[in-house]
Design a protein. Structure first.
Length: 110
């Protein structure tokens, strides 16, 4: 088990909602709502993409949505992970803050 998994929003939720026998809009929406507020959503999605997970919802995305992400050429400006929205430069708020800190540290004092 990865350390980030202990922080996952789904840790205390019935895993069946992420792996239903039949997909419908309600079951996917319930699982995605858990992922939407999860503090380790990016880590979960990255892990699923690296393992080429084929079943269930991981990081808020279905298998079909994860396949689309792997075809996107857009990568995070900090960690090089996949960026879900083409308009974003970073994959997460954490990467955005880390990149800002890095720029401030690298910039000579005025």
């Amino acid at each position: 088990m990865n350390a980030w998994q202990n922080l996952a929003g789904c840790a205390e939720v019935d895993p069946e909602i992420f792996f239903p026998e039949r997909w419908d809009g309600a079951s996917a929406a319930e699982a995605k709502s858990v992922c939407a507020s999860c503090p380790v959503r990016f880590e979960c999605l990255t892990d699923a993409l690296q393992r080429m997970e084929r079943h269930g919802i991981w990081g808020g995305l279905t298998e079909q949505e994860r396949r689309k992400v792997t075809r996107l050429p857009h990568r995070c400006g900090h960690c090089r992970g996949p960026v879900l929205a083409a308009a974003d430069r970073y994959c997460s708020q954490g990467c955005r803050l880390a990149a800002t800190r890095r720029r401030r540290t690298a910039s000579p004092a005025a």
